[in-house]
Design a protein. Structure first.
Length: 267
C-alpha cells in the first residue's frame, strides 16, 4: 500500500508540473530518449479525458538540449514530436515538428510541448501584437489568390548547401503552408524542385546530394517538403513531387534558381 501511494504521488507530481496553463502541456525526456514512458502516457490520457474534446486540433513541438551536434538534436526533437503525435491518433494535428536544440537548462529543454490549436493561435497573436502592436503579421506566402495551373516559389523555406535537409528557420513557412492545406482540403498540388549552378548544355543533370551521395538534389528537396506535409496529415493523393534539375532557371541568379515551387492543380 505504501508503494502504491508513493507511485500515485509520483505521477500526480508529473501531471501538475507538466501543465503550464490551461490548454498547454509539456512532456520531459531523459537525455537521448525519444520513446514515451509510462509517465508520459499517464499525462496524455489525462489530457484526453479532462481537456480535449472531439473537435479539438493540437500542436506538437519537440525540442532537445544542446550537448550533441545540431543535426543530431534536430532528428532527436523530430522523433520526440512524432512519437507524441502518434499518441493522439483521434485528434487532428495541425503542427508536429522537431525544432532542434535549445540553449539553457538542459533538463527543461529535453521536452515536447503540446497545445490546443486555439491556444497556440492566441499565444502567437499575443506575441506578434506585443512585438509590434501597430503591424499586422505578414504572410510569408499568399496561397489564397492562386488559381489552378499557377505556381510560385516557396519563400521562407531554406536548405543546407548541397543537401536536402531543411533548415530550422524554415518552419514558419512550412507551417503556414501546412495550415493553408488543412484549411483548404480540396486543393491538390505539385511540389517542383530546382537547383542552381547547372550547365546550360546539360540542364537535366541534377545537383549532387551530399547527404545521400545521389545526383537528385532538386528531386530530394521537393520530396522532403512532400514528406513533411504527409507526416503532418496531408493525404498523398492530394500531392506529388518532382525534380527539374536546372531545366528552368529564372534568369535572376543562383539564389532565385535554388528553389522549390508549388503548383496548384485543382481547388
Amino acid at each position: 500500500m505504501k508503494y502504491n501511494i508513493l507511485y500515485i504521488l509520483f505521477f500526480s507530481t508529473i501531471l501538475c508540473a507538466a501543465q503550464q496553463q490551461q490548454g498547454e502541456w509539456s512532456l520531459y525526456f531523459e537525455n537521448d530518449a525519444h520513446q514515451l514512458t509510462k509517465a508520459h502516457k499517464v499525462l496524455i490520457d489525462s489530457i484526453k479525458r479532462t481537456a480535449l474534446v472531439a473537435t479539438d486540433s493540437i500542436v506538437v513541438k519537440g525540442y532537445a538540449s544542446s550537448p550533441a551536434n545540431e543535426a543530431y538534436n534536430l532528428k532527436l526533437s523530430e522523433k520526440r514530436a512524432l512519437n507524441t503525435k502518434n499518441a493522439f491518433p483521434e485528434y487532428y494535428t495541425i503542427i508536429a515538428n522537431g525544432f532542434g536544440e535549445l540553449q539553457g537548462d538542459e533538463a527543461k529543454n529535453r521536452r515536447v510541448d503540446i497545445m490546443i490549436w486555439a491556444v497556440y493561435q492566441e499565444k502567437l497573436a499575443l506575441k506578434n501584437s506585443t512585438a509590434n502592436p501597430t503591424k499586422v503579421p505578414e504572410k510569408i506566402n499568399d496561397f489564397t489568390k492562386m488559381n489552378a495551373g499557377e505556381k510560385i516559389a516557396l519563400a521562407g523555406i531554406y536548405f543546407y548547401p548541397g543537401r536536402d535537409d531543411i533548415r530550422n528557420d524554415s518552419y514558419a513557412a512550412l507551417n503556414e503552408l501546412l495550415a493553408y492545406l488543412k484549411e483548404n482540403k480540396s486543393v491538390t498540388f505539385r511540389l517542383l524542385g530546382h537547383v542552381c549552378c547547372g550547365k546550360k548544355y546539360e540542364p537535366g543533370r541534377d545537383g549532387y546530394n551530399n547527404r545521400t551521395g545521389k545526383n537528385n538534389l532538386s528531386e530530394a528537396r521537393a520530396k522532403r517538403i512532400y514528406n513533411f506535409l504527409h507526416e503532418n496529415g496531408i493525404a498523398k493523393k492530394r500531392m506529388s513531387s518532382r525534380g527539374y534539375a536546372f531545366r528552368y532557371p529564372t534568369g535572376k541568379g543562383d539564389d532565385f534558381d535554388r528553389r522549390v515551387e508549388i503548383e496548384i492543380i485543382s481547388r
